[in-house]
Design a protein around this ligand. Structure first.
Ligand code: NOJ
Length: 960
């Protein structure tokens, strides 16, 4: 980039970016943020007042009206603090039992931002017409579903959801609800004309019990050297949401902390701040902290052995959330947002799967990713030239290591003008991409949202000329700030024209306007720095009084900001750019509720430390339960130079993350896995091969998520919701419904690891077939964990489909045969699923797919294993009316066979293994070892080439 004629290198730019470990002074604490301070002060006053505290908000009973279809309640709400200010509350129950509570100020001086739901929700939910409300003098209520009751109490306002009489969620039970109404600076009390100074002071004093004595940071606020002009004055929203019968709360990503959220109001010196949701570029973030990170999903689960419930508060402004556990069996939370309306969904569960489905119906699920995107991604800042890329590819091939995608960070772009190749280093980008694509591989190039303000940069000049840029606080001049490209501007993605403009940029076909003709359909996109990161802005982001489309201030939409870029703009552009519509791939750093529909995320700039490796697992689990399932952390750690042991373990973590990418900072040493010496190099080769062998499992898990919202990687509480021992477990997890249970090692020098088995079932170690027996109360077992082995168990009762031929990339596996690992349960049964389609186009939506179920069942001396067509049984999707088992995709794999069936845990040697309708098969049997009750090696029956197609119905009979 050029500043006063000098071209600055990335190294110099780094100096503009904060460079030491997290500078906590760069980021606000609650006490440095006016509205958070005010919100927490209400909670403190309520605590001090104890029994005498009563919420000033109440429902005007005479105003309660139930719509003619009895579906929707509306009511006038008032607060005794400001009797002349009206609020309107709306409440309804949706078809699946979700309760929505909305509250807004009526006829205020201004309009509160109420569009967050338009971005987050996949569609407006359907209001149930079966609900019958009963309005009484003190409350209105409705009972529905399996013992659920929702009640709106009038005086004070309180919303309670009960199940079988037990409180599940209570809103404003502690009386912390406060919607600061719009007011004028001179007259703090809205709609009250003619008040003199004295009246104003009297009114302030009268309300001091609730609001405090002074107008704390109402009209302007400073932090470090920045001043936020706050022209609209105070408009924050505080609400307490309690779970009196749930001891654990999870969710509200993104934070680097345990999955079960620690208390923020207790003695833990690292958790004295509320969890903050304010998308920020936090340099060298701490591995255990409630501080903000890059993404924000205002969804929380509360869990107990009896039920799981969720709350989803659709708010796009900065939000702080205090969490307390007054007893081990209850949780209290307090949400404080800077602006916006109250728009709260209560997800009644009662199981984790119900909550996943309820949230998925609201915000959608991850689109089924391109199959190649589940392979291994190799990134670094930077591969410096097209020959460098070719060289890296060559070395992967020479080392016989599979890889699907090579990434280009910001240095490919001339002066960081994204989509403009640096001709000196990348003179032949299309040939380079084609050389990569020749092996079925793809490239991903970074396209950040900051546009260098250079006349010769067509993306910038066109966006400016079309009036598509974010504006300064005066609403007229384009906003200017600093990022990698120096002085930059930002397209306003809240403007539909901004989205359309951006989407067209990715078209490699020449058109009337500038588009990236120097690209191909094999290049996909990485949207980084989209919080947005602005090096010279407050807290390294955009000032809150900057103006977006529709006149909204940035403060209203900050947490949503990264989403329209990824969603509507980049991913739509990628879908539209070719003659055949292909699935997009976009990686985003910033995300909001609903972003899962469009892209993958990663956990940003982690450190090459064991702590960061460990917390990365928890963060990926947290984003998985919040719908953002296509998630991973930089393998190796972004900063630092991990030693060989750490790198190998990090690959173990990586291959069990939905998104698997190695990445490294520009100052780190090269650490592509082929550079490792032996034995580490072979370890990583085998680890990557293990990931590739399991691609069918990952793809099947993504299919399940896309239909049900169930996470791709699942924490214990989601799989065994009644097992108290598992509620805080977040260092081991299940991969989809496959039955694979993994606990990556995240400490040095380990040779064995403890794994918790939550049930009275047999689990098999994946590699050795050693058996481990759980118990009904749950049991810890010790499994070997030398450096070449990730602790990986298969749950008895599972059938795991794999493809075990080592290949250079995933697309070369399309015709490879399958292995089925049948891990029999204690009772001799097992089940598994496999989903396949072309992995590239949208033809699966027209029924071009294969979806099989494998079932093993036992009757006295016979075990049968059969394969059946699940798509016939359970239509793939509601809109899939035309499924035909002989569809084009299934025809394309008609020669793909099952090459091996491995049956673990038969009670004795078979006398015959026959294919029904065929003859005796070729098989081998290895006896189990050990005695009953002791850990032992399972018996292993290996059936070689049963001569059946993967897409075909078949049955194998094993007779003892
Ligand atoms: C910040 C991102 O988090 C990191 O992954 C990337 O390498 C740098 N920006 C440079 O683009």
């Amino acid at each position: 980039m050029k500043v006063q004629g000098i071209i600055l290198s990335a190294a110099v730019l780094l100096l503009l970016h904060p460079v030491s470990a997290v500078k906590s002074g760069d980021f606000k604490t609650c006490s440095q943020s006016g509205f958070c301070r005010r919100g927490r002060a209400i909670a403190a006053r309520a605590r001090d007042a104890t029994a005498s505290w009563k919420s000033p908000y109440s429902v005007d009973a005479s105003s309660v009206s139930v719509s003619s279809e009895e579906a929707l309640i509306t009511a006038k709400v008032q607060s005794s603090l400001y009797p002349d200010v009206d609020f309107r509350l709306e409440m309804h129950v949706e078809d699946d039992g979700v309760v929505r509570v909305r509250m807004d100020e009526v006829s205020g001086l201004r309009k509160r931002y109420d569009e967050a739901a338009d971005w987050a929700l996949v569609k407006e939910p359907t209001i149930s017409s079966d609900i019958r409300w009963t309005a009484g003098k003190k409350a209105v209520s409705a009972a529905y579903g399996a013992g659920v009751e929702v009640v709106l109490e009038y005086e004070p306002l309180r919303v309670v959801v009960r199940r079988h009489g037990k409180e599940q969620v209570v809103i404003n039970g502690r009386g912390l609800l406060h919607m600061e109404h719009f007011r004028t600076k001179e007259t703090p009390v809205a709609n009250e004309e003619g008040l003199d100074e004295q009246d104003v002071m009297t009114s302030l004093k009268a309300n001091a019990w609730f609001e405090g004595e002074d107008q704390d940071a109402y009209w302007e606020e400073s932090f470090s050297k920045w001043t936020d002009s706050k022209p609209k004055g105070p408009e924050s929203l505080s609400v307490d949401i309690d779970f009196p019968n749930h001891g654990h709360v999870y969710g509200i990503p993104e934070h680097a902390t345990s999955l079960s959220l620690p208390t923020t109001t207790g003695d833990d010196p690292f958790f004295t701040e509320p969890y903050r949701l304010y998308n920020l570029d936090v340099f060298e973030y701490i591995a255990s902290s409630p501080m903000s990170l890059y993404g924000a999903i205002p969804l929380m689960h509360a869990h107990s052995a009896e039920s799981t419930v969720g709350v989803f508060h659709v708010v796009g402004s900065e939000t702080w959330i205090d969490v307390a556990h007054p007893s081990p069996m209850s949780s209290q939370t307090h949400w404080i947002s800077e602006s916006g309306i109250l728009d709260l969904f209560i997800l009644p569960g009662p199981s984790p799967d119900d909550v996943f489905a309820q949230y998925a119906r609201l915000t959608g699920t991850a689109a089924l990713p391109a199959h190649w995107a589940l392979g291994y991604h190799q990134c670094r800042w930077n591969y410096v030239s097209s020959d460098d890329v070719r060289g890296v590819q060559k070395q992967f091939d020479e080392a016989d290591m599979p890889v699907d995608v090579f990434w280009l960070d910001i240095e490919y772009a001339e002066e960081h003008k994204y989509m403009i190749w640096d001709q000196k280093t990348f003179p032949d980008p299309i040939n380079m991409t084609n050389d990569v694509a020749a092996f079925g591989r793809k490239m991903v190039a970074i396209v950040d949202p900051h546009l260098k303000r250079a006349e010769d940069y067509p993306v910038y000049s066109a966006a400016r000329d079309k009036g598509l840029l974010i504006k300064q606080s005066n609403g007229e001049d384009d906003f200017e700030g600093w990022c990698w490209s120096g002085s930059s501007a930002w397209v306003d993605f809240f403007n539909p024209d901004g989205i359309e403009f951006w989407a067209k940029l990715f078209d490699p076909r020449p058109g009337k306007e500038w588009s990236w003709t120097q690209s191909t359909e094999d290049i996909y996109i990485w949207n980084d720095m989209n919080e947005p990161s602005i090096f010279n802005g407050p807290e390294i982001t955009l000032q809150k009084d900057a103006i977006h489309y529709g006149g909204w201030e940035h403060r209203d939409v900050h947490n949503i900001n990264g989403m329209p870029l990824v969603s509507a703009a980049t991913s739509t552009g990628l879908i539209q750019r070719g003659d055949v519509r292909k699935r997009p791939f976009v990686l985003t750093r910033s995300f909001f509720a609903g972003t899962q529909r469009y892209g993958a995320m990663w956990t940003g700039d982690n450190l090459g430390t064991w702590e960061h490796m460990a917390v990365g697992i928890k963060m990926v689990l947290s984003s998985n339960i919040a719908g953002m399932v296509f998630a991973g952390s930089d393998v190796g750690g972004f900063f630092g130079n991990p030693d060989a042991e750490m790198l190998v373990r990090w690959y173990h973590v990586g291959i069990f993350s939905p998104f698997l990418r190695a990445h490294a900072h520009i100052d780190t040493k090269r650490r592509e896995p082929y550079l490792l010496t032996e034995p580490y190099k072979s370890y990583v080769r085998n680890i990557l091969r293990l990931r590739y062998s399991m691609l069918p499992v990952w793809y099947t898990a993504f299919r399940e998520n896309s239909e049900t919202g169930r996470p791709v990687v699942r924490p214990h509480y989601a799989v065994f919701p009644q097992d108290l021992n598992g509620f805080a477990i977040d260092d081991q997890f299940f991969l989809g419904s496959s039955g694979l249970l993994v606990k990556p090692v995240t400490r040095p020098g380990v040779t064995e690891e403890t794994v918790y088995i939550p049930e009275d079932e047999v689990y098999y170690e994946y590699f050795s077939h050693q058996t481990y027996h759980g118990s009904a109360e749950g049991k810890n077992v010790t499994v070997p964990a030398p450096l070449d082995r990730v602790p990986l168990l298969v749950r008895g009762g599972s059938i795991v489909p794999t493809r075990e031929r080592p290949r250079r990339s995933s697309s070369l596996m399309a015709q490879d045969p399958f292995t089925l690992r049948v891990a029999l349960s204690k009772s001799g049964a097992a089940k598994g699923e496999l989903y396949l389609d072309d992995g590239v186009t949208f033809a699966h939506r027209d029924g071009a797919l294969v979806w099989r179920e494998f079932i093993a069942a036992k009757t006295s001396k016979t075990t049968t294993i059969k394969s059946r067509d699940l798509a016939v049984e359970k239509p793939f999707a509601a809109d899939l009316a035309i499924y035909d088992p002989a569809n084009a995709f299934s025809q394309s794999i008609k020669n793909v066979r099952v090459e091996k069936v491995i049956v673990l845990g038969l009670s004795g040697k078979p006398s015959s293994v026959m294919l029904t309708g065929g003859g005796e098969l070729v098989w081998e049997f290895e006896e189990g070892a050990g005695s009953a009750g002791k850990e032992e090696r399972a018996s292993v029956l290996t059936i070689k080439d049963p001569k059946v197609g993967i897409a075909q119905d078949w049955e194998v009979k094993i007779t003892l």
